[in-house]
Write a protein that binds this ligand. Structure first.
Ligand SMILES: [Ca+2]
Length: 381
């Protein structure tokens, strides 16, 4: 298009922006049919120049910088050691326990273009090492220098003083579009409810990004330098069965009559990833359930009394290992129960070195219907 026509076309476009298109066409004095034809011609005259506009390109103002510089893009991915208070730079040095902040930056540098399905992604290495490489990715459907099949990438090296892992800090990935300052501004939620963890898998699609500095932004996320944490975790499962009724199945609730004998089982399991030492088990019997001396066993081996009178130390449990504590008790005589049913709740506890005490319960539902033929006798003597 030669300059004169281009200018004329631009003038029409400007006019159409300011005025209603129909009013403009009416001012030409044309009939309805001609109006439609004129509108078509105008569309063809105006829109091809838009269709021929340049395609978006990301982060083209090089050389890249670590600190804010006029007319220069940041590195696509940059890092700082937040714990040590360093400036943005890489490689970054860190010690165990340090928190690193990563800045994944984008800027569509072509004015009057729209980058569609702009997506940011990062990979955090797994495993334990003194050196980790973190990579940032950026692409859009129509960006000529950052396509889905050939994204922009930037690697950042993390040097650690000992072998450690890099753990993503849950909840730390935040989006700061439109020149938002991650230190002061409220983040913008990821579009369409995308989950933060997508940053490390499919990437986060931040939608259509216009070309110009004012639309540049970043996703900021944090990683902690930490060893795999070792801890013991206990579970306890307490169940009962009525021995007098010859029950064989353990339950959380058993039915019983006065003077019947009830067996209790406590299964303690270490579900953690290191050994639990000095596992201490105790059981608080409810009023009217009396411990039977000499009945306590650990994994079917008889052991000293004490589980219901302060507790017993059952030793250690390796990861995944269980131990079973067994003991028996007998319910009080009829006269100690009201007529009807009485629920006795019985709770067992377990703890270990560096493991807080946990508990589980089981119930005995005691039924006493009143004077019955079985009681037609004096007390034992
Ligand atoms: Ca239970």
């Amino acid at each position: 298009m030669e300059d004169g026509k281009k200018m004329q076309s631009n003038n029409i476009a400007l006019y159409l922006k300011r005025k209603n298109r129909n009013n403009f066409l009416k001012s030409l004095g044309a009939s309805g049919t001609i109006l439609a034809m004129a509108a078509t011609l105008l569309s063809q005259a105006i829109f091809p120049s838009i269709a021929r506009a340049d395609s978006p390109q990301f982060n083209i103002f090089t050389p890249y910088v670590h600190t804010q510089t006029f007319n220069r893009d940041y590195y696509l991915l940059d890092v700082k050691n937040e714990t040590k208070g360093t400036d943005w730079n890489f490689p970054v040095s860190a010690d165990q326990g340090d928190t690193l902040v990563f800045y994944l930056y984008y800027h569509n540098g072509i004015v009057n273009t729209m980058a569609n399905n702009t997506t940011l992604k990062a990979t955090l290495p797994s495993g334990v090492s003194q050196q980790h490489i973190v990579t940032g990715y950026l692409w859009a459907d129509n960006a000529t220098n950052a396509s889905p099949s050939n994204p922009l990438t930037q690697t950042v090296q993390v040097n650690i003083s000992s072998s450690q892992s890099l753990q993503y800090v849950a909840g730390s990935a935040k989006w700061f579009p439109d020149q938002g300052d991650w230190r002061f501004d409220a983040p913008t939620p990821f579009p369409s409810g995308q989950n933060e963890n997508q940053l490390f898998s499919t990437g986060i699609n931040i939608g259509s990004i216009e070309g110009c500095w004012e639309f540049s932004g970043a996703i900021v996320f944090k990683a902690k330098v930490s060893q795999i944490q070792y801890s013991a975790t206990l579970t306890i499962d307490k169940k009962m069965r009525n021995l007098t009724n010859n029950e064989t199945v353990w339950n959380d609730s058993v039915n019983a009559y006065p003077r019947q004998t009830i067996a209790t089982q406590l299964i303690i399991t270490n579900t953690g990833n290191t050994t639990a030492n000095n596992i201490f088990v105790r059981d608080i019997l409810p009023d009217r359930l009396l411990y039977n001396s000499g009945t306590t066993k650990i994994d079917n081996a008889a052991t000293a009394d004490g589980v219901t009178s302060g507790g017993i130390n059952i030793g250690s449990l390796s990861p995944g290992q269980s131990k079973t504590v067994y003991f028996e008790g007998t319910l009080e005589r009829e006269v100690r129960f009201v007529r009807g049913t009485t629920t006795l709740t019985n709770t067992g506890y377990a703890r270990a070195d560096q493991v807080n005490e946990i508990q589980d319960s089981a119930n005995i539902v005691v039924t006493y219907t009143g004077c019955n033929p079985e009681m037609n006798r004096p007390p034992a003597r």
